[in-house]
Design a protein around this ligand. Structure first.
Ligand code: BES
Ligand code: MN
Ligand code: ZN
Length: 488
């Protein structure tokens, strides 16, 4: 298959289009005009050619206006390209991206991004299918760019990074997609152990008895209505070449299933709750990407894993529980369980003496109401982390939006009988959840909370994002650990 990227504001569609079009007696331009192809971002035309021709299909793809061309658009091009190629059993892809006349230095970025889109788009979850269908057919990817003088070393470094990231992203997707009868907390832990073994990371698993010793009664409480014991997973990456004094702790919410507990969810809301370990999946996926791409700082990957179920042993609305941090919590809704698990996991993370803590969680439906399903809420207490996270998400192209930790809503969490209660008002629900977490992280520790409830799962495939688990946040986290690479 031949893929051709086209800018909407260019008067012609480039030399490759022109040449092929001429060979095909104008078939390409005819299809484009029949389908009103203008080159707006993401627009696609697929032209099938007679079976005797060497090229079976031409995929024409809109890149939008050249001035707003970014790596993210090239990445989506790559993703759509590989998905169409696999669907149509193509064995090879020749992708053409036009010269964007950018400065020499950045000129490899769209090419690397296109490859990244291809790696990321080449994913399907088939583990549980008896008939796995056709496996991906594409074996060769050839990129043709009119861009002059690609720097080979920079290109190879770039490709290595995106390969490492894609490996981590695909792990996160597999974990989110795995059904909750198999992905129970102990299985999440053994997947983490396998990851540690693959890459020589340190790995500690805390079992229920260990959690008790650590006084992590909030985490234990959430798990006590389930027959599957809660676990805390702790992976550590230590660089061979330490070039930075940063010690980063990523902390993930790992609810392998969230039925709501006794504050039971209605059926429709429960249907997708296997994704409630999406924050944990992002952390584990990032640890894989980090182990492969080797940043110069220490990184802790910590996951609080549990299953939130209702049974005779489950926590009740009205219970007061004090966890590792010594703050008593009145639990008024057992479905606000992620913040309870994270409260203890965040306390545990602070014992590792991190210079910064970033937690990821499918924490609230309210965050989805606020931002839609494709954008994560970024609640950031520290301006330095904000600057760095923003740099990282601008490189990755993943969508985050900063949200306020409005202190005036703090009074909604005041309890008559305990230090704090676990729910606020319905309004501002994503913010009060963030404020709750904030209480469990010392003010001296730079901290951010990323609410990824929406983007960890996609109802429909688009660009390089497959249907189902998306692996959201993995690439941003990996990039975050590499921000000092150039300055060191
Ligand atoms: N896991 C859910 C949040 C969620 C909802 C994630 C939809 C992904 C999609 C979380 O544990 C939860 O139930 N939150 C409640 C909080 C409420 C009880 C204060 C919510 O958002 O309704
Ligand atoms: Mn819940
Ligand atoms: Zn939950």
């Amino acid at each position: 298959m031949v893929g051709i990227g086209v800018f909407s504001d260019h008067t012609d569609r480039g030399p490759v289009f022109a040449e092929l079009d001429q060979e095909l007696d104008g078939a390409l331009s005819q299809c484009c005009s029949e389908e009103d192809f203008t080159g707006k971002p993401g627009q696609q035309v697929i032209v099938s050619l007679p079976s005797k021709s060497a090229v079976r299909r031409v995929f024409i793809y809109g890149l939008g206006e050249q001035t707003s061309y970014t790596s993210e658009i090239a990445r989506r091009f790559g993703g759509d390209l590989i998905r169409v190629a696999n669907r149509t059993s193509a064995a090879a892809i020749v992708a053409h991206i036009p010269d964007d006349n950018s400065v020499e230095e950045s000129s490899i970025q769209p090419i690397v991004a296109l490859c990244e889109g291809v790696f990321l788009g080449n994913y399907r979850y088939t583990s549980y299918l008896s008939d796995k269908g056709r496996s991906p057919t594409v074996e060769h990817l050839h990129i043709a760019s009119t861009q002059g003088g690609v720097n080979e070393t920079a290109f190879h470094t770039g490709i290595q990074r995106v390969r490492a990231c894609a490996q981590g992203v695909n792990l996160a997707r597999d974990l989110v997609n795995m059904p909750p009868n198999d992905l129970v907390p102990s299985r999440l832990a053994s997947e983490a152990e396998a990851l540690a073994t693959r890459h020589q990371l340190d790995c500690t698993i805390l079992h229920a008895a260990d959690l008790e010793r650590e006084e992590m009664y909030l985490h234990l409480g959430v798990g006590q209505g389930s027959s599957h014991e809660p676990k805390l997973i702790h992976l550590t990456y230590t660089p061979k070449n330490k070039t930075s004094d940063r010690v980063i702790a990523f902390v993930g919410k790992g609810l392998t299933f969230d039925a709501g507990g006794l504050s039971l969810k209605p059926p429709d809301a429960m249907m997708t709750m296997k994704i409630d370990m999406g924050g944990a999946a992002a952390v584990l996926g990032a640890m894989e990407g980090i182990a492969v791409s080797q940043p110069g700082c220490i990184v802790h990957g910590i996951v609080g894993a549990a299953e939130n179920m209702p049974d005779g042993a489950a926590i009740r609305p009205g219970d007061i529980i004090t966890g590792k941090k010594g703050i008593s919590v009145e639990i008024l809704n057992t479905d606000a369980e992620g913040r309870l698990v994270l409260a203890d996991a965040l306390a545990y993370a602070q014992d590792q003496k991190p210079t910064e803590v970033i937690n990821l969680a499918t924490l609230t439906g309210a965050c989805i109401v606020a931002l839609g399903t494709n954008t994560a809420g970024a609640f950031i207490r520290d301006e330095d982390i904000y600057t760095r996270l923003k740099q990282a998400w601008e490189i990755s192209g993943e969508k985050f939006w900063r949200m306020p930790l409005s202190l005036d809503l703090r009074e909604n969490l005041e309890s008559d009988v305990a230090d704090i209660k676990n729910i606020g008002d319905r309004s501002g629900g994503a913010i009060t959840a963030g404020l709750f977490l904030s209480e469990f992280v010392d003010q001296t520790v730079p901290w951010a909370h990323l609410d990824v409830a929406g983007p960890v799962f996609a109802a429909k495939a688009r660009g390089y994002i497959p249907k189902g688990g998306t692996g959201f946040a993995v690439r941003t986290l990996v990039e975050y650990t590499h921000l000092d690479d150039h300055t060191a």
